[in-house]
Design a protein around this ligand. Structure first.
Ligand code: GRF
Length: 206
């Protein structure tokens, strides 16, 4: 059997997406293992989850470095040391700089809680609710130098209900987002993907 693909996962919070990936990785047929979890702040629930399962973790805070560039280089070096096949940004609230982007061309993906290109940035569900959309959702995309601008690998939708608050909508999106992340990463590691201009395609089983 081939070796499982090595995933490095970046987080800034509770890590429910990370937890879903770790759960999926317990099945050898999934084809992946989480080899490193990196946080940009202390106190991330996701780091604790990873530690409990014996997965190496690192915390790189921007303020501990002389410059944003130095942080970006340290992040690139930390990620490289884990030799990941895929870098998964799962609720990581920082933009990557050139050192990280150059180190992993086309192999960093990010999950975002809106239907891009609508509502990029860190308030996607609130922005969707305030705009009055009837359909919200999540987007998994290949990271580029822009903010939530890369090629889209997958999208899923959820309804916006009349009595939704930011919290209820956020939670409904997160359920769909987690399932999408797990399914899409599985396809990517088992079958591959390709990018052609603005479009990204998942390879399917033959
Ligand atoms: C996700 O909904 C992601 O889209 C957003 O933050 C959330 C992360 O949640 N940027 P978690 O830390 O994986 O629970």
């Amino acid at each position: 059997m081939t070796q499982p693909a090595r995933l490095a996962v970046l987080i800034s919070g509770g890590g429910s997406n990370l937890a879903a990936l770790m759960e999926a990785c317990k099945d050898p047929a999934y084809g992946a293992e989480v080899v490193l979890v990196v946080a940009d702040r202390d106190g991330c629930g996701g780091s604790t989850l990873a530690e409990e399962q014996g997965i190496p973790t690192a915390t790189l805070k921007v303020r501990d470095y002389d410059s944003r560039e130095a942080w970006d280089q340290a992040l690139a070096d930390t990620l490289k040391s884990a030799q990941p096949d895929l870098v998964v940004s799962a609720g990581f609230l920082k933009m990557f700089g050139p050192a990280v982007l150059r180190s992993f061309p086309g192999t960093i993906i990010n999950t975002h809680n809106s239907l891009l290109p609508a509502f990029p940035g860190i308030h996607g569900p609130a922005d969707a609710l305030n705009h009055g959309v009837k359909i919200a959702g999540a987007t998994l995309f290949v990271v580029d130098e822009g903010m939530d601008t890369g090629q889209i690998l997958a999208q899923c939708t959820v309804p916006v209900l009349d009595d939704d608050t930011e919290e209820t909508l956020l939670e409904r999106i997160k359920v769909a987002e987690r399932a999408q992340l797990v399914e899409t990463v599985g396809i990517m590691v088992r079958h591959g993907w390709r990018v052609e201009g603005r479009r990204a395609f998942l390879n399917r089983a033959q």
